[in-house]
Design a protein around this ligand. Structure first.
Ligand SMILES: Nc1ncnc2c1ncn2[C@@H]1O[C@H](COP(=O)(O)OP(=O)(O)O)[C@@H](O)[C@H]1O
Ligand SMILES: [Mg+2]
Length: 220
């Protein structure tokens, strides 16, 4: 089943829209796929993820999510859509420094006003899966890069989103730790999550089912 259709999308930034980040890019994704979007720095990869998550709004083109025309969605609806359906993993983890690892992971459930008991069960289950139970009550500056990235993945999947978007998830890690992170993403894929990974690393792309190339905001 088709989960995502991006048809001929364009997005520019800056004064008089001089920076053309995307210029007629196409991307189709079925439910359950694990796909890499690969391209050099500045090719428009992060912009594609920002469009998918609704952080950036298209200048032109079409975006359908499960058949829903995302152009017709209001800002408030987009925020709710993102909270419900999207899990975002960022290269530099973007953990909240004053929160424990536990609270960083629990964050989106706190926003959804889940019960403390339910949040606790969910955080511990996910921490076990990602082997970060030992560090739950540490702070982000007390853990390793690999642990911080596993925390970021835990945070991204705690609300069981349909779609996981990972922006260079191994970019700030050494090779071995990056490989471990990719194996975690692969396991999530095997459990049924749909995953889009943006990368400039061909080893990362090789671990996905399919690769889509991007250059100057266009398919190649
Ligand atoms: N918020 C922004 N304001 C201005 N220019 C931007 C912004 N975000 C991205 N760009 C520009 O758009 C182009 C594509 O950026 P990006 O999608 O971040 O590429 P990638 O993730 O492949 O490195 C680059 O030229 C970048 O400088
Ligand atoms: Mg980027």
């Amino acid at each position: 089943m088709e989960l995502i259709t991006l048809k001929n999308i364009s997005k520019s930034y800056g004064d008089r829209k001089k920076v053309k980040a995307l210029q007629g890019f196409n991307f189709f994704l079925s439910k359950g796929e694990m796909v890499a979007i690969m391209g050099k720095s500045g090719s428009g990869k992060s912009t594609v993820l920002n469009v998918l998550s609704g952080i950036d709004i298209l200048d032109d083109g079409e975006y359908f999510f499960q058949g829903k025309d995302m152009k017709l969605v209001t800002n408030d609806e987009m925020t709710l859509f993102r909270r419900e359906h999207i899990g975002f993993v960022l290269q530099h983890f973007a953990l909240i420094p004053d929160y424990t690892i536990y609270d960083n992971i629990a964050f989106s459930l706190l926003l959804q006003h889940e019960s403390k008991q339910k949040i606790r069960e969910r955080v511990f289950a996910i921490a076990k899966e990602l082997e970060i139970e030992e560090i739950l009550f540490k702070y982000p500056d007390e853990v390793s890069g690999g642990e911080a990235q596993r925390t970021a993945i835990a945070r991204a999947i705690i609300h069981n989103p349909q779609l996981i978007l990972a922006d260079e998830p191994t970019g700030a890690l050494d090779e071995e730790t990056g490989f471990r992170i990719m194996n975690i993403l692969k396991k999530l894929h095997e459990k049924g999550h749909t995953i889009v990974i943006v990368t400039h690393d061909s080893n990362v792309a090789a671990m996905c089912e399919r690769t889509v190339w991007i250059k100057d905001g266009k398919n190649i």
